[in-house]
Ligand binder design. Structure first.
Ligand code: ARG
Length: 435
């Protein structure tokens, strides 16, 4: 039986029901829905809007429903319109008359707005924990190889020597900003919409501060219309999650490169790699490729939310039911990516000799060679030109800056002396830059 059966003379067509139902998506919020209802019923009883006895029956009935769903004793009806309806109807079946009083002064519009906020608050905490785990894992990997020197790149061309640790540090900085963004969005979301009713509040003498306090909100939405129609927090969070995916995707792309034979800077653990069905020699970095690929889902979720919201008149519109599929998918995706990346990084082996070899091959200490001439009194532009000539000479002779003879150096510029070899040592280049 539908909640609105009084007004209608016919049952809903099965196709209407299937199309309209959101229970397959929102049933994951059953705990939040029940917690919200407990707070609402407690407030109704405290204000004398329902009797203390009914309040108690409702609270106990809801606690039992929560336990029964969690224990698998009560199955959520897949034909229910949504989780809110299912729980309210189950409560009334179980406790009778008192159950029918629960929805006094409330609408599913403020109820759903409340449930999403409560649910996403936990999701934020889960993602924050995982981001901290990834930072810890990257820091630990860098600390394992504090002296590993690798080429730093621009345009994916060897540019200047850096330490592996400094490279990973760039990622932990991105992740720290991600943490800030999620915390910030979470804070802005932490406003209770309960009491907004359908859109225009209620005539009952409810206590919005009390329900906000009971549910650990910082405040409640003063505009009841905004309370039920705001989904900014979903969009903000999807945007923060999208940026997390940008960062994870860039890190993944580098790991894909690093474990190729062309680089061979790292080796992934067998437990976090995959093979090929035909090529026996293959060991593929599928996890990182999937993270790179899954970033598209999260960007899509953000686009979904923006598009769903952009043309909606105030206040609630059914379009907004689409918010949950998008934001839940974004959180699920980020969580599974982080959960898999962390142990993959923990177990990956770094090959510092190969990094070092690559760093020694590409004239990445040329800037330091020019800086050395500057220390001898030459203007940087002239030092830059002279070093360019030295590099050209090396290429012609098949030498490196380390192996080129001093007389060849001097042939280009008289200011060169023995000290140049110390100046271009990779360890010194890195140390001088505080990398
Ligand atoms: N399932 C709905 C949603 O997720 C709940 C709110 C329904 N409100 C309504 N007036 N139809 O948005």
């Amino acid at each position: 039986m539908k909640l609105w059966a009084g007004r209608f003379s016919k049952e809903a067509d099965k196709r209407t029901n299937d199309f309209n139902s959101s229970v397959s998506t929102d049933s994951r919020m059953y705990i939040q829905d029940i917690d919200g209802s407990v707070a609402h019923a407690t407030m109704l009883a405290a204000r004398g809007i329902i009797s203390a006895e009914d309040g108690m029956k409702i609270v106990l009935g809801l606690a039992q429903i929560k336990k029964d769903i969690t224990d698998g004793v009560l199955t959520i009806d897949p034909d229910a319109e949504d989780i809110h309806t299912f729980i309210e109807q189950t409560l009334t079946e179980r406790i009778g008359e008192a159950g029918k009083r629960l929805h006094t002064g409330r609408s599913r519009n403020d109820q759903v707005a409340l449930d999403i906020r409560l649910y996403l608050r936990n999701e934020c905490d889960a993602v924050l924990g995982l981001l901290h785990d990834l930072i810890k894992s990257l820091d630990a990997k860098g600390d394992e190889y504090p002296d590993a020197i690798m080429p730093g790149y621009t345009h994916l061309q060897r540019a200047q020597p850096i330490t592996f640790k400094a490279h990973l540090f760039a990622y932990t900085e991105m992740l720290r900003r991600d943490i800030g963004r999620v915390e910030d969005a979470k804070k802005r979301m932490n406003v209770s919409p309960l009491g907004s009713g359908a859109l225009a509040g209620t005539t009952y003498p409810i206590d919005r501060q009390l329900t906000a306090d009971l549910l650990d909100f910082d405040s409640y939405s003063v505009s009841t219309l905004d309370g039920v129609s705001d989904r900014d927090f979903c969009i903000e969070l999807a945007s923060a999650l999208s940026l997390i995916m940008v960062h994870l995707s860039r890190l993944s792309e580098e790991i894909v490169l690093w474990c190729s034979w062309e680089f061979k800077f790292i080796e992934l653990d067998d437990a976090f790699s995959t093979g090929s069905s035909i090529m026996p020699q293959k060991k593929n970095p599928d996890i990182t490729e999937l993270v790179r690929g899954k970033s598209g889902r999260v960007f899509g979720d953000l686009m979904t939310l923006l598009t769903v919201m952009k043309g909606l008149p105030l206040a609630y519109n059914k379009d907004m039911q689409e918010d949950k599929d998008a934001i839940f998918d974004a959180f699920d995706t980020v969580k599974i990516c982080l959960t898999t990346l962390v142990p993959m990084i923990d177990t990956m082996k770094v090959l510092p000799e190969n990094m070092r070899k690559a760093a020694a091959g590409g004239f990445i200490n040329a800037t330091d060679c020019a800086d050395y001439l500057v220390s001898k009194g030459l203007a940087f532009r002239d030092a830059y030109k002279a070093t360019g000539e030295v590099v050209a000479l090396c290429i012609k002779k098949g030498e490196t800056l380390e192996s080129l003879k001093l007389e060849d150096y001097k042939g280009v510029c008289e200011l060169f002396d023995d000290g140049v070899y110390e100046a271009i040592k990779l360890e010194n280049c890195v140390r001088r830059r505080g990398m």
